[in-house]
Design a protein around this ligand. Structure first.
Ligand code: PMP
Length: 370
């Protein structure tokens, strides 16, 4: 088998998450704090838009870069929010698709990619798969941007810095000051920043600042999976200022020979999604955030999350996070060990995208194990 499989398959280690799911499979009606998607369903009017598109026969390929109306809508959004005059836009199969295309278009073997640790797992594995080198900068214990370390980590081989706010797995939202400081550092060294803003709607203390407002050499990635609970519809987009339109063009070229296009009928529904108000869902998630923090904050070492739907909690002293996660699973609570998202194994991730009843149950069990 070793001879059959490509070398790059060895660059990916999915064992951490798989282990949790394997352990979880045996549980009956567990408290599932491991899920990375909202527990609400796609809003009805948006489902109807997709059904309408399917029934109207809009089931063929769209243009590679995306349905023209959706692209126009995204351009308008970006112009209004960020102020780019002529943004370049590409509709992708989820933010995952955008990340793969961006990395394929940008990373040469040996290129360095600066990633604050903890990080969304996909970054690490995609960079490794392409022969790039991840340069992790430790953001423990506050999970704020480690600005000085990022600055020091920039070398002649640095291709990009990855920013993810609100952050998966920590739930931390970087402040305006931090984002501005990062923009200054990147500008000084003329480094590209990829900003993954898939959780931008899930902001619990006002708006989440975007580096797009302070720096031009960025690639903006946003999605529909979390904001509108369309994770299975596989939709996202990449946008950049006109000065970086070549990057979007090269990503489009790669999309042409890989994904071809994002799912056409769902692109039609995405047009309506961009006008859909999700503030009720966000308000419900803010309450869930409060439940988790108020329920665990006194027993565990944790930072109050400002966004997304995750909390990154320190495992009790005396053992690794993996050991604690095994104990939690044995007690019917599924959480993910921090070493899946980090070079360290000290914390575990809670996703509170579940019912309030389950959150309360989970809190009770975790408190007992603290
Ligand atoms: N970025 C982050 C930070 C995520 O958490 C996820 C999903 N878990 C993605 C990107 C990919 O999402 P999708 O491909 O569904 O848009």
């Amino acid at each position: 088998m070793k001879k059959l499989l490509a070398e790059r398959t060895r660059q990916i280690d999915a064992s951490g998450i798989r282990k949790v799911f394997a352990l979880g499979e045996k549980l009956k009606d567990p408290v599932n704090f491991s899920i990375g998607q909202p527990d609400f369903d796609v809003p009805k009017p948006l489902k109807e838009e997709a059904i309408k598109a399917i029934k109207a026969g809009q089931n063929k390929y769209s243009q590679t870069a995306g349905d023209s109306l959706l692209k126009e809508k995204i351009s308008e959004l970006v112009k209004k929010e960020i102020g780019w005059d002529k943004p370049a836009v590409l509709v992708t199969s989820g933010v995952s698709g955008a990340l793969l295309l961006a990395f394929m278009a940008l990373i040469n073997p040996g290129d360095e990619v600066i990633i604050p640790d903890p990080y969304f797992v996909m970054y690490k594995h995609l960079v490794n798969m392409l022969g790039g080198k991840c340069v992790f900068v430790d953001s423990y214990p506050s999970f704020e941007l480690p600005l000085e370390e990022i600055s020091k980590a920039i070398t002649s081989k640095t291709k990009m810095i990855i920013l993810n706010s609100p952050c998966n797995p920590t739930g931390v939202v970087y402040s305006e000051e931090q984002i501005k400081a990062l923009a200054r550092i990147a500008a000084e060294k003329d480094v590209l920043v990829i900003t993954d803003e898939i959780y931008e709607k899930f902001c619990y203390e006002g708006r989440c600042p975007s580096i797009a407002n302070y720096y031009r050499k960025i690639l903006l990635l946003r999605g529909f999976s979390k904001s509108y609970a369309m994770a299975g519809w596989r939709l996202g987009f990449a946008a950049a200022d006109e000065s970086l339109k070549d990057v979007i063009e090269q990503m489009t070229k790669i999309q042409q020979y890989t994904f071809v296009c994002a799912p056409t009928p769902f692109q039609k529904a995405a047009v309506a999604a961009l006008d859909y108000d999700v503030s009720d869902f966000v308000a419900a998630y803010r309450k869930k955030r409060d439940l988790i923090y108020d329920g665990l904050g006194d027993k565990f070492d944790m930072v109050k999350p400002g966004g997304a739907f995750y909390a990154f909690v320190k495992a009790p002293a005396g053992g690794s996070a993996t050991e604690f996660v095994e104990k939690a699973i044995a007690n019917n609570v599924l959480v993910i060990p921090g070493n899946v998202f980090s070079e360290k194994d000290t914390h575990f991730r809670i996703s509170y995208a579940t019912s309030d009843k389950k959150i309360k149950q989970g809190i009770e069990i975790l408190r007992r194990l603290a």
